[in-house]
Design a binder for this molecule. Structure first.
Ligand SMILES: [Zn+2]
Length: 278
């Protein structure tokens, strides 16, 4: 029974830490009309065929849009009045393209680097779609989501580890191995994916970046629709890789409705709004 106190303390700490991970932006929930439009867009938006960019053309392909995305991301970061340590990586972070990775994916790491899988470059239909994905990853870096994700993963590991420890103690077990294993599992659960709220925040920021870069606002939406089509093709055997992006960057109708809302706000000239108290 003594174990109850540490568990309560850990849960309280976890909740307090999770509180730090509140979004930076003020975002209204999409309307029913926007939700309906999102459903239609996911089903019916036309996307052209993948360009099947050759391995030796992948780096130049990403480089064609990278500088524009960097400058626009830095401008958006400055307008949001985020600290310089958040804005500087927009210009200085390393962007690595690995032509050998066949999956459709991209990520930002804890050191503010952005990684792009060859499969993503190969499958996108336009430079703008690649720019949309880059803008989304830069937004995760800008908004500090990678650090937050690590914190959330730490919380997952901590809570699961302690709870398993309690279960083992109650059963009179002296074996600490299940505690360590569950701690590891907690890390994996916590670090597999961004939260839907982080995705929504990164997408909205990306749409503003695309606008600032003079690229089509629909580029990220089109990239996401393309990925969900590729995932559907995969189940029918037409595409053999994985669409890892949709696993680490969860996507659903609500996310698409938020994208539509972000595009409408940009077109209406509404600025990106930091959340109150930030
Ligand atoms: Zn994401």
């Amino acid at each position: 029974m003594r174990a109850i106190v540490p568990v309560a303390a850990v849960l309280a700490t976890a909740l307090a830490l999770a509180g730090c991970a509140t979004p930076h932006l003020e975002i209204a929930e999409p309307s029913d009309r926007q939700k309906a439009e999102a459903e239609t867009a996911l089903k019916f938006t036309a996307v052209g065929p993948p360009r099947n960019v050759a391995a030796d053309r992948m780096v130049p392909t990403v480089n064609r849009v990278l500088r524009r995305v960097r400058l626009a991301s830095h401008a958006v970061c400055t307008e949001l009045k985020l600290p310089e340590e958040r804005c500087k990586p927009m210009l200085e972070s390393r962007v690595l393209v690995d032509p050998n990775k066949k999956d459709i994916n991209a990520f930002a790491d804890g050191n503010d680097n952005v990684g792009v899988y060859g499969g993503l470059v190969r499958h996108m239909g336009t430079d703008a779609e690649i720019a949309g994905v880059l803008a989304h990853e830069f937004a995760h870096v800008m908004l500090g989501h990678v650090e937050k994700k690590t914190t959330n993963a730490l919380i997952g590991g901590l809570v699961l580890g302690v709870l398993t420890g309690v279960a083992s103690a109650a059963a009179g077990s002296q074996d600490q191995r299940p505690v360590r294993d569950m701690t590891k599992l907690g890390w994996e659960i916590g670090s597999t994916a961004y939260s839907p709220e982080m995705e929504i925040e990164a997408d909205r920021t990306a749409v503003y970046i695309l606008h600032k870069a003079g690229l089509p606002l629909t580029a990220l939406q089109s990239a996401l629709v393309r990925m969900s089509r590729a995932r559907a093709q995969r189940s029918s055997g037409a595409f053999s890789g994985t669409v890892g992006f949709l696993q680490t960057h969860p996507s659903d109708d609500r996310r698409h409705a938020h994208l539509i809302s972000a595009m409408e706000d940009v077109r209406a000239g509404k600025p990106l709004k930091p959340a109150k108290g930030k």
